[in-house]
Design a protein around this ligand. Structure first.
Ligand code: HGY
Ligand code: MN
Ligand code: MN
Length: 416
């Protein structure tokens, strides 16, 4: 006799259609999305998500960081809910699926439960965490970090984007600053479905990534100060070239990451040069180092070596430097019980699966500090993400959402 919910499947056509509908908001210039956090486009995407939640009979709560919590009541409302979600904000040249799959996968679970008239003991809350990407306002996973008590709300309200706009003011301007105190909600368990954003699952032709760990991350924002001068008439020995300094640090970061293969990674994606004029030696450069490793000791060693190297480079070029840590979380081990629920669901549904360490950071990495948490991953084409050409298949999305469905309802307990 099938166990309760044994044959549950989501409606993958409806999920796919919703993802494509959301993708129309904040379109990129090459088929992806530019729906950066607390922009008008983010606000529009939130309104669409809320309309869908209203139609599914969910009660919406919004906290002071703008995170959206859409609640489906349980037969015992006093029990802490099972949360399921991810983020709707995107990179400036992001894909259609990063984050969106997890939020709309959660909504699809509720829609499917409604279709089937299934009740669960614990309430279920579909969640859209504000500013997961950290692209416009650092750090990444900002709202989930405040929720988990590792980031200070008043501080992040004052973080500015490259145009000097403040996060808190922008959140208010788009009308999505809620009144709920951040972090008050009690979470029974949190599940997040996300595309892998790497090549492993596709290369090995595996349907489901059972995420056991997440690698640690450090973002170091570096400011180098030299001296603006004429690129033509200033003798080479007399130059204090902050642009050259940035170039040498970028090379240094790459070399250090290569010393810790196969797992460590390092790059500089954000770079600003001032005054950025063709015939002026850059007097100031501002850039962000992104270093990551599944091992804390390696992450700390890379951090120390990068700082030492910056000192040596700046000494040689007679330029000043400032290093600010603008993002950090240590490697994460997800909850064994939640991980097992995901692995058992993949088995039960007949999907191939393998354990995997998340290379990217996710809201689940912070929520894991305050509640039992785990993630489901699906493959993505060529492992490509943070690129408008990001692609997945409807089948991959459906399989991931089916596994998420089983893990969530098993944890929320189906009521006969
Ligand atoms: O940076 C990250 O890993 C995530 O995509 N925000
Ligand atoms: Mn993401
Ligand atoms: Mn991302």
């Amino acid at each position: 006799m099938a166990a309760p919910g044994e044959n549950l499947r989501i409606n993958s056509d409806r999920l796919w259609d919703s993802i494509m509908e959301m993708a129309k908001i904040g379109p990129g210039i090459a088929g992806g999305n530019n729906r950066q956090t607390v922009t008008d486009e983010d606000g529009e995407g939130r309104h669409l998500f809320k309309r869908w939640c209203d139609a599914a009979g969910l009660e919406m709560g919004v906290d002071e960081m703008g995170t959206m919590f859409a609640r489906r009541e349980g037969t015992d409302p006093s029990l802490p809910p099972v949360y399921v979600g991810s983020h709707l904000d995107t990179q400036p040249t992001g894909g259609k699926y990063d984050g969106v799959l997890g939020v709309l996968g959660g909504l699809e679970i509720v829609r499917s439960l409604n279709d089937l008239g299934i009740k669960t003991k614990h309430p279920i809350v579909v969640t859209n965490w504000t500013n997961e990407e950290g692209a416009r306002f650092a750090p990444a996973m900002m709202a989930s970090g405040v929720f988990a008590g590792v980031l200070d709300q008043a501080d992040v309200y004052g973080h500015t984007d490259k145009n000097g706009k403040k996060f808190g003011e922008e959140l208010e301007r788009i009308g999505w600053k809620g009144t709920e105190k951040v972090g008050d909600r009690k979470i029974h368990a949190f599940f997040e479905l996300h595309i892998e954003q790497g090549p492993i699952l596709e290369d090995e032709d595996i349907d489901i990534g059972v995420v056991t760990h997440g690698q640690g991350l450090k973002w170091l924002q570096v400011t180098l100060t030299g001296k603006e001068a004429h690129t033509g008439s200033t003798p080479m020995p007399k130059r204090r070239n902050a642009g050259l300094g940035m170039a040498r640090v970028i090379e240094l970061v790459h070399e250090i990451a290569m010393d810790y293969q196969p797992d460590a990674v390092g790059a500089v994606g954000h770079m600003e040069a001032y005054p950025n004029s063709r015939n002026i030696i850059a007097g100031r450069t501002v850039f962000t180092i992104d270093i990551r490793s599944p091992e804390k000791e390696v992450l700390d060693a890379m951090d120390a070596r990068v700082r030492e190297g910056i000192d040596t480079i700046c000494e040689a070029l007679d330029i000043q430097y400032k290093v600010e840590q603008v993002g950090h979380f240590d490697p994460v081990t997800f909850d064994a019980g939640c991980v097992k629920a995901i692995r058992d669901a993949a088995d039960r549904l007949g999907y191939t699966h393998r354990n995997i360490v998340s290379g990217a950071g996710h809201d689940a990495c912070w929520i894991n500090r305050v509640a039992p948490t785990a993630m489901v991953m699906c493959p993505c084409v060529d492992g490509l993400s943070h690129n408008e050409a990001e692609e997945i298949t409807k089948e991959w999305a459906g399989a991931g959402a089916d596994v998420l469905f089983h893990a969530v309802v098993e944890t929320a307990v189906i009521v006969e």
